[in-house]
Ligand binder design. Structure first.
Ligand SMILES: Cc1cc2nc3c(=O)[nH]c(=O)nc-3n(C[C@H](O)[C@H](O)[C@H](O)COP(=O)(O)OP(=O)(O)OC[C@H]3O[C@@H](n4cnc5c(N)ncnc54)[C@H](O)[C@@H]3O)c2cc1C
Length: 265
């Protein structure tokens, strides 16, 4: 690990100020991704700005229409939230299946979303549940946020402060879990909002994406049969040591159908 200056920000304005003045700064949330990256010398920021002691960045607010999770809320807190379990159980269930207990107690929603790891679970919730990513500067719609492999719409100096999810009529998240890390080899969030349906897929491509053919089919008929013969192209999907692009395409089809089965059985 290279040397860096450590700063404990006292509030979001303090963190933003440090981001604006340091030479090559990085925000530190749970450190679950960032610290291994530093230890492996894959990044060498001059300054780390720790968000851990900013009280305003932690907490959950639930209304009948929205669930807002502040950026530094760990996955374990979302998983254990009785309020979330009541109105949006798919989100609590997704958070409870991230990694292992250590990762769930350290890792945060803000860090996960900012990272845009292709195999991360939260991006499927953000896109599937039509969320808004709230930053210290603006609000970004889920459909505009994830741009590619580890790439988001965040500008330098921008800090995620919260993610606001829209409460659906019903939703379910289903993942084919990597047996070692827990990351999604493929994960599918199916969410119904009245007569419209959103289907978000993580793990399969360079970043989370919506499966519009599945959305159209399920908007007409919200049944497993409607997506039983879903045509999923492997053309833009990832192939790696874990499995081929063709196998991921197969998993997308199976896991969209299984999520609908879970909601309709
Ligand atoms: C062994 C292991 C298993 C895992 N398994 C899973 C899994 O099954 N599913 C899954 O989804 N994830 C998994 N993860 C990822 C983990 O859950 C974290 O979400 C992820 O590592 C990032 O969150 P963090 O809070 O640790 O962020 P950090 O590592 O601290 O930061 C990550 C990046 O986000 C930036 N950042 C952090 N907070 C903000 C903010 N508020 N605004 C702007 N930028 C910010 C940082 O500067 C950094 O670039 C796993 C990680 C490990 C180590």
């Amino acid at each position: 690990m290279h040397n860096f200056n450590y700063h404990r920000a006292k509030d979001v304005a303090d963190a933003a100020g440090l981001l604006g003045t340091a030479e090559d700064p990085k925000l530190l949330a749970g450190g679950m991704t960032l610290l291994p990256t530093l230890k492996n010398r894959l990044a060498a920021p001059t300054d780390l700005i720790d968000l851990a002691k900013i009280p305003d960045l932690k907490g959950i607010t639930v209304t009948p229409t929205d669930v807002t999770v502040k950026a530094m809320t760990p996955h374990a807190v979302v998983a254990a939230s009785a309020e979330i379990a009541k109105v949006l159980p798919a989100l609590a269930q997704l958070a409870g299946n991230i990694g292992d207990p250590a990762v769930r107690h350290r890792g945060t929603i803000g860090g996960s979303v900012a990272n845009s790891d292709p195999a991360a679970d939260y991006p499927a919730a953000v896109v599937g549940l039509d969320a808004t990513v709230v930053t210290n500067q603006r609000e970004i719609a889920a459909d505009d946020f994830f741009l590619g492999l580890f790439e988001t719409a965040l500008e330098p100096g921008e800090i995620i402060t919260a993610v606001r999810f829209k409460v659906p009529t019903r939703a379910y998240y289903m993942k084919f879990r990597h047996p070692a890390s827990g990351y999604a080899v493929v994960g599918t969030m199916v969410a119904q909002y009245g007569s419209t349906v959103r289907v978000a897929v993580t793990g399969a491509g360079p970043c989370v994406f919506r499966h519009t053919a599945a959305e159209t089919a399920l908007s007409k008929s919200f049944t497993p049969e409607a997506v039983a013969n879903l045509d999923v192209s492997s053309a833009d999907l990832l192939g790696d040591i874990h499995c081929s692009a063709e196998y991921r395409a197969h998993l997308v089809k199976v896991y969209v159908r299984r999520a609908v089965e879970a909601l309709t059985r």
